[in-house]
Write a protein that binds this ligand. Structure first.
Ligand SMILES: [Zn+2]
Length: 766
């Protein structure tokens, strides 16, 4: 039995009124979907037993604006304190601020199959439906204050507090008014300049009727009040409202002592987290609700929420393997549903599980479920096939199915191709392994070489079950399995063992597996994958041996470019930067943290004893400005140009005025007492002993591995010659450093001209 059936059993046969709500003060984030979907599932199950079940969804559009999404802060700050309904819409299509966001969310909810009657709190107030509960609350304000104090421990509210705010007739603000008296007909109020920090009242005082939409109860009182108004018997809330002394406790106490209304069924559900964090639109954590429906088919998105018990934390992060795994789970449950259709439910425990799976699928239904078993093209395979050029995907699955795909099956395949493309473009590559990894395969026996070659050939032609292909290839060559697997892992990951072979191939993707085999088995002749040579000139630059020993993964690119012209700005460069920013639309700060390059810098910051929450490595700092819709700093054509590459490649770079540098330069730990005058500072900063920093014969010219640069060597519009460095460590490979160097040089030459005098790589391990 799944969670919703357990709840239905507890609720019994009584007719239920299910309700949920949302405050349309910004774009709903993905986490806001959990509540409405859970309520919808409960409503559906109850309606199947009792057709009188009611399901309403209230938009709290009367609430005041007490915060704004970042992109609206400039144009809408004048409306802070206004009711959401009285502020204008950001676009021309909607009537007001509330409608702009509630319509957006409603659209997402409807696309996920939510069938509710949508209500507006503003409208209900203006229709007089809240008059009775407002009167009760005002008449019982001392009881309410007592409950606030006893249940929630609120000691701060003064004895003259009233549970109501009215819309100021003069300045239209709601969030700034304080009611000071109630005579049974009208309330006396003041529009206070300093009641809240986020809005300023106009100072007007007067009396007004609290009814018919003039006033509104505070949320904690409004919640149980609207239960009474609508007749709600079931309304859940997120875990944050269910803590001791929280909204739920207050609401239940108010039901009993003030509104004399039977408390609804208690239903608290856990958070919907993104990468371990609670989602928040204002902090840029997670995805918007409508983003979830653009990366997953509606049924699968709904399945993500339906399948998990409300008391469990729901985690979803679209990066990496989560989406293919989700589709696999969906298919497993759909298969159970087919077994149910076919009356083939296994006996005992296995049968219970099968029925639960089938139930989850039935409740995840958005478009009608198939009436009989279908062949399901596996999403992971579809994604892998899309990586192979010119592959006839329907034909592939028809071969596998050993018959033609039906119309319905073709539709499913089309849909999966669509979403697999979205997945590949946006999420699959984020944790990709480097293609150019070169492993030694020189000591392979002839048999091992033959096996790898045969395996690669077989893999090209058939990809449904890579594990089987390995065993077929082993048989074909007649090699000892141990020998074969050693060769397999050595070729792909440079070790003699590894994860399950099939999983490794799935993770790498077919195309990449074949590419790696090609790269690593070219018969012993040295491949020239390097774009730049080793730089063996300690008179120019070296890595201090102590540092090299501690961080053998260091790869530093060095270049000298002479004769450049630096300008304040350049329109073409500006355009190139703007286009790049546009391509990152929807990027969140959470996603930035998932890039292996960013994780590598965070790791070295940790090693240096620097808190990366307060001092962000430069690629992260730049990308965060974009994610938070802040303008990038414009310095000059040289710095702006290479910063674009820093953002594109996520590899940190620095350029320094060569005429201020006294060679040789070295990457080393600071000596005791060494300090640096940073660009923009008045006082020098002391280095940490564990810092990694670049020094010339005069002193340090940056701090924390290119976090900030020195004033002395800054590139300005007078700079003619520059020294460039690029910082690779941990997962940032030499190939990535070389690629960054190449693009850095290209963009500097493009916008500043000049000539490359020297360019090369210094690796700690060589
Ligand atoms: Zn006012």
């Amino acid at each position: 039995m799944i969670w919703v059936d357990r709840i239905a059993k507890q609720l019994g046969d009584k007719t239920q009124h299910i309700d949920d709500m949302f405050t349309p003060s910004g774009y709903a984030h993905m986490g806001s979907l959990r509540g409405p979907i859970l309520h919808d599932v409960v409503a559906k199950v109850l309606a199947s037993k009792n057709k009188d079940t009611i399901f309403t969804y209230v938009f709290n559009d009367f609430d005041p604006i007490d915060g704004l999404p970042p992109q609206f802060q400039k144009d809408f700050s004048q409306y802070m304190g206004y009711s959401l309904r009285l502020a204008p819409s950001p676009d021309k299509k909607h009537k007001n601020f509330a409608e702009y966001f509630s319509e957006d969310f409603k659209h997402v909810l409807e696309s996920l199959g939510l069938k509710a009657k949508y209500l507006s709190s503003w409208d209900m107030h203006h229709e007089g439906k809240f008059n009775e509960v407002i009167k009760i609350a005002l008449d019982n304000k001392d009881k309410i204050l007592d409950i606030y104090r006893k249940v929630a421990g609120y000691q701060k509210k003064a004895a003259d507090w009233y549970p109501l705010q009215v819309i100021c007739p003069k300045c239209k603000r709601l969030g700034t008014t304080k009611v000071t008296a109630w005579d049974g007909k009208v309330v006396t109020f003041t529009c206070e300049p300093n009641l809240v920090t986020w809005a300023k009242g106009c100072g007007y005082s007067g009396s007004i009727s609290p009814f018919d939409g003039n006033g509104k109860l505070p949320w904690k009182v409004d919640w149980p009040a609207h239960w009474k108004v609508l007749g709600v018997t079931f309304e859940g809330a997120g875990k944050d409202h269910a803590s001791r002394g929280g909204s739920y406790d207050i609401a239940f106490a108010l039901c009993k002592d003030v509104f004399e209304y039977p408390k609804p069924f208690y239903f608290a559900y856990e958070f919907f987290l993104f990468g371990g964090k609670k989602m928040s639109s204002s902090k840029g954590i997670g995805l918007k609700a409508r983003d979830l429906t653009s990366i997953l088919p509606a049924d699968v998105a709904r399945f993500l929420i339906v399948r998990l018990s409300p008391e469990k934390t729901l985690e979803f992060n679209p990066a990496g393997d989560s989406i293919p795994n989700l589709f696999d789970d969906y298919d497993r449950c759909l298969n159970a549903y087919f077994l149910k259709l076919e009356n083939k439910i296994p006996k005992k425990k296995a049968g219970e599980v099968t029925l639960d799976f089938a139930r989850i699928i039935e409740l995840s239904e958005v478009k009608p479920l198939p009436k009989k078993r279908l062949y399901l093209p596996r999403f992971r395979t579809v994604a892998n096939l899309l990586k192979v050029k010119n592959k006839n995907i329907p034909e592939f699955f028809e071969n596998y199915k050993k018959s033609k795909l039906t119309v319905e099956e073709k539709e499913i395949l089309e849909e999966r191709i669509k979403y697999a493309k979205i997945y590949l473009e946006n999420y699959a590559e984020q944790r990709d392994l480097s293609l150019n990894t070169k492993h030694s395969t020189l000591d392979f026996s002839q048999e091992q070489k033959d096996f790898i070659k045969t395996f690669a050939e077989n893999l090209k032609n058939q990809i449904e079950d890579p594990q089987k292909i390995i065993f077929d290839s082993i048989k074909e060559i007649n090699i000892q399995p141990r020998e074969a697997f050693t060769a397999f892992y050595q070729t792909l990951i440079g070790k003699s063992y590894g994860p399950k072979a099939g999983d490794l191939i799935e993770k790498l993707g077919i195309e990449k597996t074949i590419q790696l085999i090609k790269n690593n088995t070219s018969g012993g002749e040295k491949q020239t994958t390097s774009q730049f040579p080793d730089l063996n000139n300690k008179k120019v630059f070296s890595i201090d041996p102590l540092l090299a020993q501690k961080y053998p993964s260091l790869n530093i690119a060095i270049a000298i470019i002479k004769g450049i012209t630096v300008n304040k700005n350049d329109l073409k460069l500006r355009k190139e930067i703007d286009e790049f920013i546009k391509s990152l639309q929807g990027l969140t700060t959470q996603e930035i943290g998932l890039f292996p390059e960013i994780q590598s810098y965070r790791r070295i910051y940790k090693e240096m004893g620097v808190d990366w929450h307060s001092k962000r490595p430069s690629p992260e700092a730049l990308l965060r400005r974009i994610a938070r819709k802040k303008e990038l700093y414009q310095i000059n054509t040289c710095v702006d140009a290479y910063n674009l590459i820093v953002m594109k490649r996520r590899v940190s770079s620095g350029a320094f005025d060569l005429n201020q540098i006294k060679f040789p330069t070295v990457l080393r730990f600071p000596k005791p007492g060494e300090e640096i005058l940073l660009l923009g500072d008045k006082e020098p900063t002391k280095y940490n002993p564990a810092d990694l920093a670049y020094f010339d014969q005069i002193g340090g010219y940056n701090i924390y591995f290119n976090y900030r640069d020195a004033q002395r060597t800054a590139v300005t519009e007078n700079t003619k010659n520059i020294l460039l460095n690029i910082d690779g460590i941990y997962d940032i490979t030499r190939e990535q450093v070389e690629q960054s160097l190449k693009e850095n040089i290209e963009i500097i030459l493009k916008y500043c001209g000049g000539k490359v005098e020297l360019a090369g790589i210094v690796s700690a391990s060589r």
